[in-house]
Structure formats: structure tokens, C-alpha cells
Design a protein. Structure first.
Length: 125
């Protein structure tokens, strides 16, 4: 018998070992929710606030870039751009604050729901 290793088969290089797959245990937690808790999570207006925050911040950035890069000779048009930038600055601050409050409330509510409750052993399920 020859002591040479077997030639590499198609798709394999000589000297490499196959991948070793090992499985680790996972943990799954189940939480019970009543209808009011589920409604309080689902009724959050955070997604609407985030959408309006994105729109108003985008408009503010566009208006500021326009004011910085374009020479607007007409004073009324320039005042219109400045006024619109101020309005969108207020909208951005408003929707930013509402988004932050909504996210904080959601985190707090989820922590309340996930709080461990001593309801007997897990084998009762």
C-alpha cells in the first residue's frame, strides 16, 4: 500500500478537513399577554412619528443645502426658503421628541410585560 494521501476529489482541496457542526442548546421564553397589553403595544404611533421625522428632517436638510449653495437674489424667495427651513426645523424637533417618547414608552411597557411572575413551576404548562 502506498502512504500517499488520496487525491483530492472534485470540490475539495488536499489537506482540508470537513466542517464540524456542533449544536448548542437554545432557550425559548413564552409570555402570556392579555388583550389590553397587546393593544397597548400595537397601538403605538411610533412608526408614523418616525416617518414624519424622516420627511421633515429630509426637507430641512434640503432647504439648508439650497440656502448654502444657491444664491437667491429675490428677497421674498429667500425669506420663503428661510421660513420653510424654520418650519421644518420645528417639525423635526417635534417629531423627534415624539419618536423618542414613543420608543421609551414601548421599551418600558415591554419590560413590564416581560417582568418575571412567580406562577409555579415550568412543568405546569
Amino acid at each position: 500500500m502506498s502512504s500517499n494521501p488520496a487525491p483530492a476529489s472534485k470540490g475539495r482541496s488536499a489537506g482540508y478537513t470537513p466542517v464540524n457542526v456542533s449544536y448548542s442548546p437554545r432557550e425559548m421564553r413564552v409570555y402570556y399577554l392579555n388583550e389590553a397589553e397587546l393593544d397597548s403595544i400595537a397601538s403605538q404611533t411610533g412608526s408614523t412619528d418616525i416617518a414624519f421625522l424622516g420627511i421633515s428632517a429630509g426637507a430641512l436638510i434640503t432647504l439648508c443645502a439650497t440656502l448654502e449653495t444657491v444664491t437667491i437674489a429675490d428677497p421674498i424667495k429667500h425669506a420663503t426658503f428661510v421660513g420653510a427651513a424654520i418650519v421644518f426645523l420645528v417639525f423635526t424637533l417635534f417629531f423627534g421628541a415624539r419618536t423618542y417618547q414613543s420608543l421609551q414608552y414601548s421599551k418600558k411597557r415591554l419590560q413590564q410585560i416581560k417582568k418575571p411572575v412567580d406562577n409555579g413551576s415550568a412543568s405546569d404548562l
